[in-house]
Design a protein around this ligand. Sequence first.
Ligand code: PGA
Length: 258
Amino acid sequence: MKNKKLIIANWKMNPQTLKEAEALFNSVLNNASGYKNINIAVCPPFVYLELIQKLLKIGSYKLKVKLGAQDLFWENSGAYTGEISPRMLKNIGAEYAIIGHSERRWFLEENNEVVVKKLRAALDGGLKVILCVGEKERDDNYHKFVADQVNDVIKNVSVVKIKNLIIAYEPIWAIGSGISDNPKESAEMIMYIRKIVADKYNLKTAMNMKILYGGSVDSKNVKGFLKEDGIDGALVGGASLKAREFVKMLKIANNLKI
Ligand code: PGA
């Protein structure tokens, strides 16, 4: 069952100091205390994972926040300079990992082959994967573009592991642009993605899968997305870096009547 909305903060390459990371996270924890009707995860840069994990442990906060990573490597150990393994993430307390974010796909040229390797390693390592998909532009072929991304990846996920897969539909043109999608159009795309999952697995799997929207979500538009049938939550970049704004969004999600 997936009645609670899932809000995931993707801090990307921010903030610049440990102190700022601590202040941001503490402010969210202190001000969103007691929001029990939502699930929350925070994906900070690797270098802050330990700090966030400690802050979660030491505080007697009523807010339950899960820890996530923004990426990982597909091997668990070895001579891979600069990489971080699924096992390291699991050992530090991470539950989620974002894979296939468009910024990595386009800036670092990560293709579906790399995405699949990472996805398999993450799922085998017991992490929940947030797989990002989304079109570059809304042209005549954008459904096919997204369908290819989904199909290429999910055909490699076993029926046992599919439960740990979350999809984030993030139109690339909406990311960081301040121009979010129309919630109805996102909901339609998310239904289309569910149909692809249903065709590969079954209807129950498709309906139980969490599918989120991401791309310029903020406190002004979050309700519109979350109210749509089939949009199970939001992946939030820029707005998650402003504690007051993020808490506002969490409050809206928490108080939503669905
Ligand atoms: P944004 O980023 O909210 O800043 O558009 C979303 C994302 O990239 O996950």
